[in-house]
Design a protein. Structure first.
Ligand SMILES: NC(=O)c1ccc[n+]([C@@H]2O[C@H](COP(=O)([O-])OP(=O)(O)OC[C@H]3O[C@@H](n4cnc5c(N)ncnc54)[C@H](OP(=O)(O)O)[C@@H]3O)[C@@H](O)[C@H]2O)c1
Length: 224
């Protein structure tokens, strides 16, 4: 499985405001780049925090004639994945519509009635091992691989991105740095979670590109 993390942050490293409101950090040139990364993926993954904050759709614009070319002949949209230990995804979330398959990775403790409601709303609910509180991302990625996902794009938020690094599953990172300051000690950052105190993931810078009024930094994750 090849895992690509993509996010847009302010110069001070924030993904959104302290109110967790969605914010336009990049622009049309970067949206095009993100579409290309999405199109190359078999599935696009977010945490339930992002679903609740942003209600994202995570699909490509079907009206856009480039989609078929971007998808390299593969039909439709990449699958969508929500990491959601207790099944908090709202049943009317846009991510559950019929534009693509949606896997909800939940922990064993999710009540049966909640699973049934989410399945009725269009999700495929997948039970994944964990620490009892959170889905184990390594195990979740294994479950996706069993369902034919070879290339996964992770679109956030900060808790999930940290857990992906912590689980050692990230191969590539692309960060759009928008020319703005958001601030706020409680605003989500690129990697939240507990934070590392040792064995920090090391990155190899593979590219820089100016888009809109910002810059995309591309990295491969180092092996040390
Ligand atoms: N600028 C960008 O590119 C971008 C992209 C995406 C999101 N965002 C912003 O980021 C914010 C949301 O980020 P967030 O950090 O609050 O939420 P998140 O990372 O989207 O989701 C975190 C939630 O996922 C669940 N989870 C399950 N297993 C997990 C695991 N192993 N590790 C971590 N989380 C796990 C947890 O909820 P349960 O315990 O209930 O399972 C956790 O609270 C929003 O403000 C959104 O606007 C920005």
């Amino acid at each position: 499985m090849h895992v690509v993390v993509n996010a847009a942050q302010s110069v001070d490293g924030k993904l959104a405001t302290r109110r967790r409101e969605q914010l336009r950090i990049s622009g049309t040139e970067d949206f095009d780049r993100v579409d290309r990364v999405r199109a190359a993926a078999d599935a696009v993954l977010v945490g339930v925090g992002t679903v609740i904050a942003d209600d994202p759709h995570l699909t490509l614009d079907e009206e856009d004639r480039r989609v078929e070319r971007l998808r390299n002949g593969r039909p439709g949209n990449p699958a969508r994945v929500v990491v959601d230990s207790t099944g908090r995804t709202p049943t009317d979330a846009r991510i559950l519509d019929d534009a693509a398959a949606t896997y909800l990775l939940v922990a064993a403790s999710t009540p049966a009635a909640r699973r049934e409601a989410l399945e009725a709303a269009g999700a495929e609910v997948v039970t994944v091992e964990g620490d009892g509180e959170h889905v184990d991302l390594g195990a979740g990625i294994g479950a996706l691989a069993e369902r034919g996902v070879d290339r996964l794009m992770v679109e956030g938020g900060g808790e999930i991105i940290y857990s992906c690094f912590d689980a050692g599953v990230v191969d590539e990172l692309h960060v759009y740095v928008g020319s703005m300051v958001i601030g706020g000690r409680d605003a989500p950052t690129l990697a939240d979670g507990e934070g590392f105190t040792e064995s920090f993931p090391r990155l190899d810078l593979t590219g820089t590109e100016r888009l809109d009024d910002g810059i995309v930094l591309s990295y491969e994750v180092g092996s040390d």
